[in-house]
Design a protein around this ligand. Structure first.
Ligand code: PEP
Ligand code: MN
Length: 355
């Protein structure tokens, strides 16, 4: 169970509650979150006594938990969390947020070109890997800090926020210096030292689901970050490994409404890694919004056939623009908004394609 202390609770009251919990056979652990003191009580059996805890001075509520995760749970926080990135950009609110860009930052010219075009089409966040966790040690591993600098420069030019992956705890400080959101990739969802380190800093985290992770394991990984004190976590379903081999992964669309019911954290969908096929990306994007996703993470490349990685699943700039346009009616039908595209200011790619 979790005990939520009221704002005015004194140290003495907190100590008294902790003692009472210990006497009941529980282990207690203090969590400071959003200006509140929570006491996490685990291991005890005296569930009847838990109602008496509510009578102790300073206790606001006692939340009995059915799940192994706590802070990420809707049982502890009923209202949906909104991650605020500044400049009016939020994830988890009414607006469906699109993050778009190349799999990897390859060079200045391609990155600035993509950034400008995806911003015109309505994306709010630029994606691009500078540290790439590749299956083969011989594949392109990313431009590292040079790539981070290019992302920061693209942000300056376009006003887009930046999301990029961090793969080791040692790089967290460096990546958070340049990025607005730190991405934990599927391969690192179980990297607990990395999750702990991310919990100890303030930058929002985009936590991808591991390709063989259950929803409970994914939420437990998010719990590591919240337990460290960082509540700015965005979940991202990116497909799981199944017996099907016609797609790179299988998009677990049911994860979206399920996670939305289990957790208050915003949830995004990555239709690019889910499918591995650019032809499937539009349909999966529409399905994601219809299922309640708070946003999309889409790979875009000006010449996908020449991409250093993940070209098969990358949309051309033109196809990305068309997709963005088609998503607006889906968002509206679901009571959401997506960046309005006023006809008078259609970006070049729309003028070419749609006129
Ligand atoms: C990526 O976003 O480029 C990436 C490597 O994704 P994932 O961790 O989901 O494979
Ligand atoms: Mn990729």
């Amino acid at each position: 169970m979790i005990l939520v202390m009221n704002q005015e609770a004194t140290e003495k009251e907190i100590e008294k509650v902790k003692k009472q919990i210990t006497d009941m056979g529980y282990h207690s652990h203090i969590i400071k979150s959003a200006g509140k003191i929570l006491i996490d009580a685990t291991g005890g059996k005296n569930h009847e006594g838990s109602t008496n805890l509510l009578l102790l001075p300073g206790v606001e509520k006692v939340v009995p938990l059915k799940t192994p995760y706590k802070l990420v749970s809707r049982e502890v926080k009923k209202e949906k969390s909104i991650v605020d990135l500044g400049n009016g950009i939020t994830i988890g609110g009414e607006e469906v947020i699109v993050m778009a860009g190349p799999c990897a930052v390859e060079n200045e010219e391609m990155l600035f070109n993509i950034a400008e075009k995806v911003a015109e089409a309505g994306a709010k966040i630029l994606r691009g890997g500078a540290f790439k966790p590749r299956t083969s040690p011989y594949s392109f591993q990313g431009l590292e800090e040079e790539g981070l600098k290019l992302l920061a420069e693209a942000r300056k030019r376009t006003g887009l926020k930046v999301v990029t992956e961090v793969i080791t705890p040692q790089d967290v400080e460096l990546v958070s210096f340049y990025a607005d959101i730190l991405q934990v990739g599927a391969r690192n969802m179980h990297n607990y030292p990395l999750l702990r380190k991310l919990g100890k800093q303030k930058q929002p985290v985009l936590l991808k689901r591991g390709f063989s992770a259950t929803i409970e394991e994914w939420l437990m990984s998010a719990e590591y970050i919240l337990a460290g004190g960082n509540f700015n976590v965005i979940l991202c379903e990116r497909g799981i490994r199944t017996f099907e081999h016609y797609t790179r992964n299988t998009l677990d669309i049911s994860a979206v409404p399920l996670v939305n019911s289990l957790s208050h954290l915003p949830v995004m969908v990555d239709p690019s890694h889910s499918s591995g096929d650019s032809k499937l990306v539009p349909a999966l994007s529409r399905a994601a919004i219809a299922s309640g996703a708070d946003g999309l993470l889409i790979e875009v490349h000006p010449e996908p056939q020449k991409a250093y990685c993940d070209g098969d699943q990358s949309l051309t700039i033109k196809d990305f623009c068309l997709l963005m346009k088609s998503l607006q009616s889906i968002a509206a039908a679901c009571g959401r908004t997506l960046q309005e595209q006023a006809n008078s200011s259609l970006p070049d790619c729309f003028v070419h394609v749609c006129s």
